[in-house]
Design a protein around this ligand. Structure first.
Ligand SMILES: [Zn+2]
Length: 217
């Protein structure tokens, strides 16, 4: 990981570059604008992405409590989550999931840890219900899915066992019965994101294998 040095209050301190641009997610090489701002024990550094297709400007936030340590950013702003990596089938069945997932990811990467946990939990609910709806044709059943809690939807309307299992786990982790008491920590959130990604993966595989079945039979 490459570093840069800046003199802050008469002391030369070392900082690590962000590993990637938070907007285009390509590697960035150097801060092209040497603009920094000190705020108590925090230091803000302006960067410009060196990818010629991006060139966007963003800020890295660093703590400068210990001058002997190399500071790593704890937050970048603004950020744009990588939603184009989500398979097309998900965009098709649940645009609302994409929107909520994007906002929750932005909250997470902006350090808003109290907001992102419930945000990802809400995203799971939309993904599960919209997926269940996409597997039925009858408008009455679609309506029933909309009006049912997410947990019974998984049990009753999701036939594919792999999707069912990961969706159940994701819901369990984001348990809606303990909203007030729930304390989200980084570990919970990382697990929940991993389960969402796994759910997406199985939905995509289920969709692809169904398409092959139709084409080959
Ligand atoms: Zn960029």
């Amino acid at each position: 990981m490459s570093q840069f040095s800046i003199k802050v209050r008469g002391i030369t301190r070392r900082f690590e570059y962000p590993e990637e641009c938070p907007i285009c997610h390509r590697l960035i090489i150097e801060p092209s604008r040497p603009i920094g701002h000190i705020d108590g024990d925090k230091f803000e550094q302006v960067f410009q992405c060196s990818n010629p297709d991006c060139t966007r400007i963003f800020i890295g936030y660093y703590k400068i409590d210990d001058p002997t340590k190399i500071s790593t950013h704890y937050k970048l702003y603004p950020i744009e989550p990588k939603i184009d990596e989500i398979p097309q089938i998900i965009h098709k069945i649940s645009p609302k999931f994409i929107e909520i997932y994007k906002q929750a990811s932005e909250a997470k990467q902006s350090g808003l840890d109290q907001i992102c946990g419930p945000g990802f939990r809400k995203a799971v609910e939309f993904l599960i219900k919209d997926y269940a709806k996409s597997t039925v044709d009858d408008p009455e059943t679609k309506k029933a899915i909309e009006n049912t809690w997410a947990k019974p939807v998984v049990e009753k309307y999701i036939a594919e066992p792999k999707v069912q299992r990961v969706a159940e786990k994701a819901l369990w982790l984001g348990n809606d019965e303990t909203h007030y008491l729930r304390v989200w920590n980084d570990h919970d959130i990382e697990d929940l994101i991993a389960l969402i990604q796994l759910t997406i993966l199985w939905i995509d595989m289920d969709d692809k294998s169904k398409k092959y079945d139709e084409e080959i039979s």
